[in-house]
Structures are given as structure tokens and as C-alpha cells.
Design a protein around this ligand. Structure first.
Ligand SMILES: Nc1ncnc2c1ncn2[C@@H]1O[C@H](COP(=O)(O)OP(=O)(O)OP(=O)(O)O)[C@@H](O)[C@H]1O
Ligand SMILES: [Mg+2]
Length: 265
């Protein structure tokens, strides 16, 4: 039975999609069977893993899987142990469909279940086929995010060391508690990952320390710094990238800590 992990924070540009892509890649590299799910209409994880424009997946995405069921029809093979459930801009119409029953194509598919448990139910069909399901989320506490949280046992919170990300953390933690109470997966934070650090900035250092004081048990020891090869993953991807080793280097430590925590629980 797969362990499902959501990566999130309702602040933009904190490294969610990059970290989700890298984590999916590292798990699959080590022989785990992985399904990566893009729950963000920006489709960044989709483009990172598939190396195709997210518009290629219009009509063939996580949105249709949630509306029609039969999730297997929408899963795209990426590598030996890695599959993707892609997203594109139309995922932004997910809330409208939930509350009106009308899809973005104008079709009527009435919905009468619990809005935040749609993805969770959808995944029941494939949980036995994977060791890990890893979900990327948008920078908002939207239906896409609540569905991801309610479908997950564990949540990695991304903390980009800035004031606005610092103020996003308490509400995000509350949303995880909400998912724990309203969902069926005993959703819990497994850790807070400090990302996008600029080592030259004292304010970044201060925010790193503040978050460690606030959440001493949650923060991962490894701190991810800003590095050009990580940024360029969005350009070169994983399959033919001469600087892949440099891009992955600092994530290996986070990955080890995460696996240790999952194994301990
Ligand atoms: N460690 C890093 N070093 C350098 N660049 C990075 C690093 N991590 C991410 N980036 C780049 O920073 C930008 C934001 O990262 P990413 O898209 O992963 O964040 P996000 O939290 O998913 O954003 P959004 O909230 O828009 O979904 C991207 O251009 C990405 O390539
Ligand atoms: Mg993203």
C-alpha cells in the first residue's frame, strides 16, 4: 500500500514543484515504485517530469481522473519506476466543477460527495501499485490543496526563509490539522524543509533560526540553498542533464532524513 506525501505551502515560489520532482526522481532511482501527481494548474511538475508542455495533457490529466474515475487511463509512464498524473491550466476549473457539476468543456457531471475527498477516493484504485505517491500543490489553500492533504498520510512543508513565508506557516499547519480531522488518512506533518536559502543574507539566517525555534521537532536538519543547477532543472530535466548530480547533491540529505522519518513511523 503506497505511502502518500504532499509537498505544500500557500506561498508562491518556495521550491514545491522542484522538490516534488527531485523527491519523485530519487525514490524511483532507489527502486521504489512512484506516482507523482501534479495538483497545480501551473503544470510545473508535469513539465519538469514529462519534459513536454502541460498543454499536451489537456483532456488527459488529474482533473479528468477526478471527474470520470478510471485513474489508470490518465497515468503517464515517465521512467522505469516513475509515473505521472499530469495537470494543465484547466485544473483551475476544479472548484467550479465541484460546486456546479459543469466541467470546463460544458458537460454535466454532477458531483455529490465530499469536496475535499475526491482525490483520496480516486487514488484507492492504484494505491497497491505504488510504494510512494508524491503530490505537488499550488501556492494557495484551494480545493486542489485540501484534496492533496486529505489524500496524504504525510506532508512536507516548504519554508523559503522570508517574512511572507513565515506568516504562511501557521495557517498551513492548521490546514493539515483540518485534513487530519476531516480526511481518512491520519494526515500529519512529517517535516519542514528550509529551501531557496541565500547563504549571504543575514535575514535568511534569522528566519531559519526562528522556524527551528518554533518547530524544533519538525525542521529537517538539511537546509537547501539556491544553486544554479537546481534552478536549471526546469530547463534540462532529469533524463539528459550533464549537471544532474550537482542539482541533486543537496537534496540527498533531505531525502535520507525523510525516509528515516517515514520508516520510524
Ligand atoms: N534550490 C534552488 N536553487 C535555485 N533555483 C531554485 C531552487 N529551487 C527552485 N528554484 C527555482 O525557483 C523557482 C521556484 O521554484 P518552484 O517552481 O519549484 O517553486 P514552487 O513553490 O513550486 O512555486 P509555485 O508556488 O509557483 O508553484 C523556479 O524557477 C525553480 O527553478
Ligand atoms: Mg509549483
Amino acid at each position: 500500500m503506497a505511502i502518500t506525501i504532499t509537498l505544500g505551502i500557500q506561498k508562491g515560489g518556495c521550491g514545491k514543484s522542484t522538490t516534488t520532482g527531485i523527491l519523485s526522481y530519487l525514490l524511483s532511482r532507489d527502486g521504489y515504485r512512484v506516482l507523482a501527481i501534479d495538483m497545480d494548474s501551473q503544470g510545473n511538475l508535469t513539465e519538469l517530469l514529462s519534459e513536454q508542455p502541460s498543454n499536451e495533457f489537456v483532456g488527459k490529466s488529474v482533473l479528468e481522473a477526478m471527474q470520470h474515475g478510471n485513474i489508470n487511463d490518465y497515468i503517464v509512464p515517465i521512467g522505469e519506476n516513475l509515473d505521472l498524473l499530469p495537470a494543465n491550466n484547466f485544473l483551475a476549473t476544479f472548484p467550479r466543477w465541484i460546486y456546479t457539476g459543469i466541467t470546463y468543456t460544458g458537460d454535466s457531471i454532477p458531483f455529490s460527495g465530499i469536496p475535499s475527498l475526491i482525490l483520496d477516493h480516486c487514488l484507492d484504485e492504484v494505491r497497491d501499485e505504488y510504494d510512494f505517491i508524491v503530490i505537488d500543490t499550488p501556492p494557495s489553500l484551494s480545493e486542489q490543496t485540501t484534496n492533496a492533504l486529505c489524500a496524504s498520510e504525510y506532508v512536507v512543508v516548504l519554508f523559503e526563509c522570508s517574512n511572507w513565508c513565515y506568516s504562511a506557516i501557521p495557517n498551513f499547519m492548521d490546514s493539515v490539522i483540518g485534513a487530519n480531522q476531516h480526511g481518512n488518512r491520519d494526515t500529519k506533518v512529517i517535516g519542514i524543509l528550509r529551501t531557496m536559502n541565500d547563504v549571504r543574507r543575514n535575514d535568511a539566517k534569522a528566519f531559519n533560526e526562528m522556524i527551528e525555534e518554533d518547530y524544533p521537532d519538525e525542521v529537517f536538519k538539511k537546509i537547501i540553498t539556491r544553486k544554479a543547477p537546481v534552478g536549471r532543472l526546469a530547463l534540462y530535466g532529469f533524463s539528459d542533464n550533464s549537471e544532474l548530480k550537482q542539482a541533486l547533491e543537496q537534496y540527498e540529505g533531505f531525502y535520507k532524513e525523510l525516509i528515516n522519518r517515514v520508516e520510524r513511523k
